[in-house]
Write a protein that binds this ligand. Structure first.
Ligand code: SF4
Length: 385
């Protein structure tokens, strides 16, 4: 293997997140350190590459044809390695230290890593594994929520007490700065808002950490006040695409709620949580043009909603598992256009109080925000095993 010319960090981040990285079995991290399955777009491992934290797909079928390969074990360090592109060295890679909470379990023997996972300095959990859409014609095609439970990687429902216990330990032992709570949709009324509020309140009381909750829009928007009163500081209401025809095909359950219901929910949520503290995932690679995605991002930004744009990760167990991820050049074109819109709207990610927007490791958008005075800061690459 040889050394190639330096590759710029934005191109690298986009290519890695779109194409994934191959790992050899002998240098693959333990399964609890890879996010396989879970609600919404998922499937990732966490690495630092040349000082930038990133989550990168490591599981999907498409990863086997990625030009990138990660070889861990440099100089006898199990958590350091080298990244290659088509056999040429790209840079040194470090994995974050194994979270200390992964060695702990509850009094009745549930390992903490089955309750919540560390995403860099953010603790994240899928609170309810059950979703009314899963296994029906309404299932979101990009989602793999049913696979984690099947594989024994989680428990069906996390209780407020369990989450509060893990959050307190994560803040104390691993320096967690916030908590991200996502969930399957348990019903067609409050969409889980009441239960998520209980979980957030328990976490807040025991750990003091700010919480982001991600749910589908509930029937009554008064739930947003209730969530805020329970200590929730940021809200994710994820539409995934503005294109009605694509939404109907890719996320029929969400389409049944209607784009207008989402937009009304965003407006009501921004009133409660504030400008830039409400966010939506938007997925590149579902069939929308770059122009259409950028227009969707602008529509979200105009309403005070942060567009958390990510490339499609066709993860194992999802309906789209056999699909290819989007061309990195298309992803980069979206980020090039959206980052200045975010900056102009005074919505840069470092102002987010909690959740995916604060963490940013699943999107390369923050590396583009850096050109406009934004971007993720405040966490340092690990220096030792
Ligand atoms: S609403 Fe869609 S993305 Fe969310 S858990 Fe259910 S199927 Fe998955």
């Amino acid at each position: 293997m040889s050394t190639s010319a330096p590759i710029d960090v934005r191109t690298l981040a986009v290519e890695l997140q779109s194409l994934g990285v191959r790992t050899r079995a002998e240098s693959r991290p333990p399964r609890e350190e890879l996010r396989a399955g879970g609600a919404g777009p998922s499937d990732a491992g966490f690495i630092w590459i040349e000082g930038t934290p990133l989550t990168v797909p490591v599981h999907g079928d498409y990863v086997s044809s990625s030009p990138y390969e990660l070889v861990l074990g440099s100089n006898g360090h199990a958590r350091r390695g080298t990244l290659y592109r088509d056999g040429e060295e790209v840079g040194r890679v470090t994995m974050p230290p194994r979270p200390k909470i992964y060695e702990l379990e509850t009094a009745d023997g549930v390992p903490y890593w089955k309750i919540a996972l560390m995403h860099m300095d953010s603790l994240a959990s899928t609170v309810m594994q059950r979703c009314v859409y899963w296994g029906t014609h309404e299932q979101c095609h990009f989602c793999a929520i049913g696979t984690s439970l099947q594989a024994g990687r989680t428990v069906p429902t996390k209780t407020p007490e369990m989450l509060a216990e893990v959050a307190e330990a994560a803040a104390r032992l691993d320096g967690a700065k916030d908590v991200t709570l996502t969930t399957g949709t348990p019903n067609r009324t409050d969409r889980g808002a009441a239960y998520m509020a209980k979980c957030a309140a328990a976490i807040r009381n025991r750990s003091g950490l700010p919480v982001q909750v991600q749910i589908e829009p509930p029937d009554e928007f008064s739930w947003f006040e209730h969530l805020a009163e329970s200590g929730v500081e940021a809200l994710g209401l994820h539409l995934e695409t503005f294109d009605e025809e694509i939404l109907a095909r890719i996320a029929p359950g969400k389409h049944a709620q209607g784009v207008d219901h989402y937009l009304a929910a965003w407006d009501a949520a921004v009133e409660v949580f504030g400008h830039g503290q409400v966010s939506t995932y938007l997925i590149i690679g579902l069939g929308e043009s770059v122009e259409s995605i950028v227009a969707g991002c602008k529509a979200a930004i105009d309403r005070g909603v942060y567009p958390f744009v990510v490339p499609l990760r066709p993860g194992p167990g999802s309906i789209l598992s056999g699909e290819a991820p989007p061309d990195p050049e298309r992803v980069q074109a979206v980020y090039d256009a959206v980052a200045p819109l975010i900056a102009d709207a005074d919505m840069l990610s470092q102002n987010a109080r909690a959740g995916c927007v604060r963490c940013q490791a699943c999107s390369a958008l923050s590396t583009f925000e850096r050109l406009h005075g934004g971007g993720r800061s405040g966490i340092e690459p690990p220096t030792a095993d």
